[in-house]
Design a binder for this molecule. Structure first.
Ligand code: BDR
Ligand code: CA
Length: 318
């Protein structure tokens, strides 16, 4: 079985990615570490527990991590996911925070890689703050990982949060910089534009959430807010990439971690992050001409098997 460690800021697409991993028979989830991002940390933890509850998997350890980026104060969250990160649907039966582990997320990450050196795949679907803290506490952390799958960054100057910046990278640019420059393990990136260019049809979405299962009902409920938000974008004249179809960003990184045949083409290039630009802070930079003179094992995913992706999503709600 593949050993996965998942670091998430549990909004709706993180929930979708998580549910995908939870049903994959070739995967063992060693733990879920929480990071602020789509909503504040406490909500993120609660959201992860809610997802685990719907999937009857509350035995999986959940750890509380960073509550703010490396620099500056707490962030606003994103409009996409609702204030609570899961579409603002009341859930009176949500599990309490007493289900969380006492150990801090970053300490748990360091412990787990020491227990299984070279065997763990890390999937990161939120700002990279916990990962940056981990490598600063223990510089040998990345080399003890098997590989890492990140949803974040961009290949064009086309952002979803700033002119040029994608949410996970722009929310904590220093953390993204540290991870892209200090993680020496094979690194696979599902960028913002890649996920949008591989969006699914709304027909698929409706079939998916109209399966007659508890998990599908949960998904339909938590995604209703996002659908309204996407509709509002479509009405604006600006050409928003996310208005093109159903995009479950984080699920692409998860699918790549679960199934090694999901990625059908990728671009190998050293990567970094702009930290100083007034318009470009947080933007991912791909070094296509060797200017950075940097060794790398970074792969920016450019093509994937969408039939496999759909099958994984469908299985997630069965
Ligand atoms: C990323 O930002 C978040 O809003 C999503 O959960 C995803 O991880 C997309 O830019
Ligand atoms: Ca996310």
């Amino acid at each position: 079985k593949k050993s996965l460690l998942i670091d998430a800021d549990c909004g709706v697409d993180d929930a979708q990615a998580l549910m995908m991993a939870l049903v994959s028979s070739n995967v063992e989830i060693l733990g879920i570490t929480c990071c602020y991002g789509n909503t504040q940390l406490e909500n993120v933890c609660k959201n992860v527990l809610r997802v685990l509850q719907v999937c009857n998997r509350l035995e999986i350890p959940v750890y509380q991590g960073a509550s703010a980026p490396l620099l500056g104060g707490p962030v606003e969250g994103s409009l996409f996911h609702g204030r609570d990160g899961l579409g603002d649907v009341p859930d009176p039966n949500a599990p309490g925070l007493e289900h969380l582990q006492k150990e801090h997320a970053v300490i748990a990450m360091l412990r787990l890689v020491n227990e299984k050196p070279g065997q763990i795949s890390l999937v990161a679907t939120g700002p990279l703050t916990n990962l940056a803290l981990a490598v600063k506490l223990d510089p040998t952390f990345p080399k003890k990982l098997k590989n890492i799958f990140i949803m974040g960054g961009n290949t064009e100057s086309r952002g979803n949060t700033t002119v040029c910046g994608e949410f996970n990278f722009t929310t904590d640019p220093e953390a993204a910089y540290i991870v892209l420059n200090e993680f020496t393990c094979p690194t696979y990136i599902a960028t913002w534009e890649f996920t949008c260019r591989n969006s699914l049809s709304w027909e698929f979405y409706h079939e998916w959430v109209n399966q007659d299962t508890r998990k599908a009902k949960f998904m339909k409920k938590i995604f209703a807010h996002t659908i309204k938000y996407i509709d509002s974008l479509r009405k604006k004249s600006v050409n928003h990439l996310e208005a093109s179809g159903f995009v479950s960003c984080d699920s692409y990184a998860m699918a790549a971690a679960i199934d090694e045949n999901f990625i059908t083409e990728s671009i190998k290039a050293p990567l970094s992050v702009e930290l100083n630009g007034s318009l470009t802070r947080g933007m991912m930079v791909m070094d296509m001409t060797g200017h950075l003179e940097k060794e790398n094992k970074a792969f920016v995913i450019s093509k994937c098997d969408l039939e496999k992706f759909k099958a994984l999503l469908i299985a997630a709600l069965e």
